[in-house]
Unconditional design. Structure first.
Ligand code: SF4
Ligand code: SF4
Ligand code: FES
Length: 229
């Protein structure tokens, strides 16, 4: 099937043409384009190879997240048959741009660190909600939930669904003061900035039940105000 691939570069579209199977993922299309020597756009002008990121190629690492036809998605699990025949690719806009489709997601990693999302040495961790824990642990920090979030800007104290999801995973294993400390981080960096539009859950490539996790944390936070264990 014939189609076009348009890539946002320095605020303008660079368009290529190609012919692909319906089952060809966008990552393979980008690799194929970059294998052309020289790489020519639809008007026959020679252009630089496309900058983009990919690691696992199988929906595990999150590196290939980008905006595809206006929606944040993983390029390795988006196929020509569903996104084509004319595909538009843009970088995630909530992160500093490196080049073309490549962004710097350091701010997301830093926010998890600021929320102190780890288990301290020697802590007596308990697994309470095993199914939710399992789902939550599949987060690959792709950033799609932050891209779609109307309230996440990448600045300020609101860390979005990626932060709230990780916070759930840690707080759910803790008790007492340690749990209350994580719930405080959740209130400060999550709940206080979240307007519950729930669009994050719509785009999460891992289908993590973010609405359930967020409401579970809210419930625990309210309970912790009144009950001390
Ligand atoms: S919660 Fe989902 S969308 Fe958000 S970073 Fe994790 S895997 Fe990506
Ligand atoms: S529920 Fe809405 S405001 Fe809250 S993190 Fe998700 S997308 Fe953002
Ligand atoms: S390349 Fe790893 S998730 Fe797409």
């Amino acid at each position: 099937m014939k189609g076009t691939i348009s890539v946002k570069r320095d605020g303008k579209w660079v368009t290529f043409s190609g012919e692909y199977e319906a089952t060809t993922p966008v990552t393979v299309i980008l690799s194929e384009l970059n294998s052309r020597d020289p790489l020519l756009d639809v008007k026959g002008r020679e252009v630089e190879p496309i900058e983009w990121e990919c690691s696992c190629g199988q929906k595990v690492c999150g590196a290939c997240a980008m905006v595809i036809n206006g929606t944040p998605r993983l390029a390795c699990s988006t196929f020509f048959g569903e996104a084509g025949p004319d595909i538009r690719l843009e970088p995630l806009s909530k992160f500093p741009l490196i080049a073309d489709l490549k962004v710097d997601r350091t701010q997301m990693y830093d926010s998890l660190s600021e929320m102190k999302l780890w288990l301290d040495e020697g802590v007596d961790a308990k697994v309470r909600n095993i199914d939710l824990q399992y789902a939550s642990a599949s987060c690959m920090l792709c950033g799609c939930c932050l891209e779609i979030c109307p309230n996440y800007t990448g600045r300020g104290k609101f860390f979005g669904a990626a932060g709230m999801n990780a916070c759930f995973r840690i707080a759910d294993q803790l008790d007492g003061a340690a749990k209350r400390a994580r719930l405080k981080e959740f209130a400060r960096h999550g709940d206080s900035g979240c307007s519950k539009s729930l669009s994050c859950g719509q785009v999460c490539p891992q289908n993590i039940p973010l609405a359930v996790l967020i409401s579970r944390m809210n419930r625990d936070r309210i309970i912790s105000r009144f009950i001390r264990d």
